[in-house]
Design a protein around this ligand. Sequence first.
Ligand SMILES: *[C@@H]1O[C@H](CO)[C@@H](O)[C@H](O)[C@H]1NC(C)=O
Ligand SMILES: *[C@@H]1O[C@H](CO)[C@@H](O)[C@H](O)[C@H]1NC(C)=O
Ligand SMILES: *[C@@H]1O[C@H](CO)[C@@H](O)[C@H](O)[C@H]1NC(C)=O
Length: 353
Amino acid sequence: MISPGLIFFLSFLCHVTIAGRTCPKPNDLPFAKVVPLKTSYEPGEEILYSCLPGYVSRGGMRRFTCPLSGFWPINTLKCIPRVCPFAGILENGAVRYTTFEYPNTISFSCKTGFYLDGADSAKCTEEGKWSPDLPVCAPITCPPPSIPKFAELSVYKPLAGNNTLYGDNAVLKCLPQYAMFGNDTITCTAHGNWTELPECREVKCPFPSRPDNGFVNYPAKEVLYYKDKATYGCHDTFVLDGPEEVECNKFGLWSAQPSCKASCKVSVKKATVLYEGERVKFQEKFKNGMLHGQKVSFFCKNKEKKCSYTEEAQCLDGTFEIPKCFKEHSSLAFWKTDASDVKPCEADAQIQK
Ligand SMILES: *[C@@H]1O[C@H](CO)[C@@H](O)[C@H](O)[C@H]1NC(C)=O
Ligand SMILES: *[C@@H]1O[C@H](CO)[C@@H](O)[C@H](O)[C@H]1NC(C)=O
Ligand SMILES: *[C@@H]1O[C@H](CO)[C@@H](O)[C@H](O)[C@H]1NC(C)=O
């Protein structure tokens, strides 16, 4: 008797030896695909490993046949990324990258004064090429500046081709009679344009008015403009308060309005005073009066302390006030000591010496 178990065993053995075992789903390989991909293969079935786009194969076989043993042979195939051409240097700029392999992206920047002519990043493609093309750093330039009305360039040194490099300056000036509002110096900016242009405006000044007791001279023209000048003077005994020459400024005003100030008549008959640090006889020095602005110091007595001090007085437009403390002695009172001969009180000691 043959047992049914034995029959089953024999038929199984027969099946294995004739039909062999099936192969399982092949191992995954990084960046590769398998064709055809199934969960099991009959012995004799072929599979093909190929690298995914952007990767290239290295080493090992690509084609395998499912053997009777049902075990796929050891696969030594490797798929490695394609490498794009070296792009680590950008003249006048910098490249940021980790590697130049697919599918990495690298990025670019330019140093100050240069701009990216092209894209700011590029990707290593499946074909191992940069896309888009690598950029260059081109120098930033400004076109010739537009000249404001009533202005001209006074300093301008463009490159060949009439452009100016980033950071360079040009200087503008206004035509005569026009005043500048804004900065005369313009700079080529990183945007490739110039900093704000100044404005030139026509500026007129009114005719200057004649000062009382004096005169003013100015150009014999119908209109007085920016930078025109006028000169002032005063009649005898009058003194000019202000500059002799004034100029029409850019706000349409004269730089100053001088006037003529009267001199002072003086009634003191006898006094020793300090004038510009010197002791002088007042009645002699100022016998023709004092001019506006002149100052003298009178000596006064401090009766309690028996010393002298000084007090200042100034001629201001015809008015001169003698200090109240000053006592004029009659020339007959010869026994009286004049304040200027009394020893100075301490605070004044320096001045009198
Ligand atoms: C530069 O400017 C000059 C004068 O305006 C002009 O004659 C010349 O053609 C310009 N050159 C270029 C390259 O544009
Ligand atoms: C005028 O512009 C120049 C450069 O453009 C700058 O250096 C200067 O300080 C400016 N002057 C004034 C008064 O703003
Ligand atoms: C220069 O160009 C920049 C950017 O376009 C702009 O913001 C700026 O106002 C321009 N400057 C002048 C003075 O026009």
